[in-house]
Design a protein. Structure first.
Length: 150
């Protein structure tokens, strides 16, 4: 699948961004990836709400074989687009909207948590930080240091 074909395929859906990725393209809207176009086919993002629709069409999740171990890896978050939708652009747009919604729901669930501050444990003979800073030398402005050198 080439760039022009994919742009035309999603024309009913709206404007999409295509980025080179591995053996194909990632397809996104406003920075949210919702589809993968690879040598093996076109895959849309799914979640628990949309998987039954793909299962009803007989689709399967994205799979690839690792080169180093020959192990088959299944990526359950992307499922193959049913072949009949390549000719049904309006219906494909509906599936693409559902895939984008699934990707947006996944992004909300995946938002990073705020980090907790690490606890600091004082060593036995160590002075508190407030005393340490009082003991440090006062900094001398750079200009004053240069004047002393002259």
């Amino acid at each position: 699948m080439d760039r022009d074909f994919l742009t035309e395929l999603f024309s009913e859906f709206g404007s999409v961004t295509l980025r080179r990725m591995f053996s194909g393209y990632s397809i996104s809207v406003d920075g949210t990836n919702f589809a993968l176009a690879l040598r093996a086919g076109l895959y849309l993002r799914v979640d628990e709400e949309t998987i039954p629709q793909f299962q009803a069409e007989g689709s399967k999740p994205f799979q690839y074989q690792q080169r180093s171990t020959a192990k088959v890896v299944t990526v359950n978050s992307y499922w193959e687009l049913p072949a009949r939708l390549f000719d049904e652009r309006e219906e494909l747009a509906g599936w693409a909207r559902a895939a984008l919604a699934a990707a947006q729901r996944a992004a909300i669930r995946k938002r990073p948590r705020t980090r907790r501050k690490a606890k600091t444990v004082a060593r036995k003979n160590e002075k508190p930080a407030s005393e340490k800073s009082a003991l440090k030398k006062k900094s001398v402005p750079r200009q004053a240091k240069q004047r002393k050198r002259r």
